[in-house]
Design a binder for this molecule. Structure first.
Ligand SMILES: NC(=O)C1=CN([C@@H]2O[C@H](COP(=O)(O)OP(=O)(O)OC[C@H]3O[C@@H](n4cnc5c(N)ncnc54)[C@H](O)[C@@H]3O)[C@@H](O)[C@H]2O)[C@@H](O)CC1
Ligand SMILES: Nc1ncnc2c1ncn2[C@@H]1O[C@H](COP(=O)(O)OP(=O)(O)O)[C@@H](O)[C@H]1O
Ligand SMILES: [Mg+2]
Length: 275
């Protein structure tokens, strides 16, 4: 297992080219937020915008649209109940992040299956939260896409069939080889399983144990993979910086909120792009 280093992150966050524009930095679609958990989708979308994704659209329950627009005017919104419209949007995207606050309803399941049959090998699909729980519950086939799964230990138990006590690197690697893609196994020391390696996060702290912290990481991964060429390094850098910001805030705070992590993404990325 190799540590995710600051050097790797610095090499990943490149200086932006002068003649770039929003199209250079990728189009992201966040799909999530049912009538009760709109906040999750807002956090994911905010993290993607603050990470520098060029254009961010959110497919969420209608009831969340006003809150999304008032908190994050940079994002566009579509109604997640309109499955055809969502799949039309999916076709135009570089990155899809599905699952935060999506819930486990039949509507959510129908939307997830429609999205999974639309995404392609050219797209990055971040699969988080309820999307992982739905996959496990309905034994869904793995989507044909560049998948990044972001389970916490409880969601990994559902998806992998490994009880938390059985989740050690060899067993996890075997399941990664079966599923394919990247597995970001979140815990106090998150591990990232890719085809030929296992990476370990060396930063992060318990002040970050707050609801919405994983939704925020999913948005950072979406924003980073949308704009940085090397997708593996993009995922690793998002994992590292999410926790690094958490550590910097926790030096002076007992609890760190997801919205505070989001606020600090642009300045932290700047610092890593210069050094
Ligand atoms: N503001 C919001 O709208 C929020 C919405 N959320 C959404 O709520 C949905 C359900 O996610 P949950 O994670 O709450 O619920 P889940 O029911 O999917 O997972 C929680 C279960 O996993 C177990 N578990 C084992 N190890 C764990 C670990 N290291 N961390 C967390 N749980 C562990 C817990 O004991 C519990 O039984 C997701 O779609 C998520 O995105 C949450 O992110 C919280 C905030
Ligand atoms: N004790 C801890 N130390 C370090 N990081 C933590 C700790 N507790 C939680 N985190 C981080 O917070 C995030 C929690 O993700 P998740 O459980 O999916 O949250 P949510 O679904 O509520 O957004 C993960 O990135 C995890 O690594
Ligand atoms: Mg989560």
């Amino acid at each position: 297992m190799q540590p995710i280093t600051e050097e790797l992150v610095k090499d990943t966050i490149a200086k932006r080219s002068d003649d770039s524009y929003k199209g250079t930095y990728g189009k992201v679609l966040v799909i999530g937020g049912d009538a009760d958990m709109g906040g999750a989708a807002i956090l994911t979308a905010s993290a993607a915008v603050y990470s520098g994704a060029g254009l961010v659209t959110v497919a969420t329950h209608k009831t969340n649209h006003a809150a999304l627009h008032s908190r994050l005017p940079e994002a566009m919104a579509i109604d997640s109940a309109d499955v055809e419209k969502v799949t039309e949007q999916v076709k135009k995207m570089d990155v899809i992040a599905i699952g935060p606050g999506l819930g486990l309803s039949e509507e959510a399941f129908i939307l997830l299956t429609a999205v999974f049959s639309t995404v392609t090998e050219q797209q990055q699909t971040i699969i988080d939260g309820s999307a992982i729980s739905l996959m496990a519950e309905y034994d869904l086939p793995y989507p044909k896409t560049q998948a990044v799964y972001t389970p916490h230990l409880g969601e990994w138990e559902k998806l992998s069939g490994l009880a938390v006590s059985q989740q050690e690197p060899n067993a996890n690697t075997k399941i990664q080889q079966k599923i394919g893609g990247t597995i970001v196994l979140k815990s106090n020391r998150t591990e990232v399983y890719v085809e030929d390696a296992v990476w370990k996060n060396t930063v992060g702290n318990p002040a970050m144990a707050t609801g919405g912290m994983g939704d925020t990481l999913a948005g950072m991964i979406a924003g980073f993979t949308a704009q940085f060429e090397d997708k593996e390094r993009a995922v690793l850098s998002a994992v590292f910086l999410h926790s690094k910001i958490g550590d910097e805030l926790a030096a002076k705070q007992y609890v760190v909120l997801p919205t505070q992590i989001i606020e600090h993404i642009p300045s932290t990325m700047k610092a890593y792009s210069l050094s």
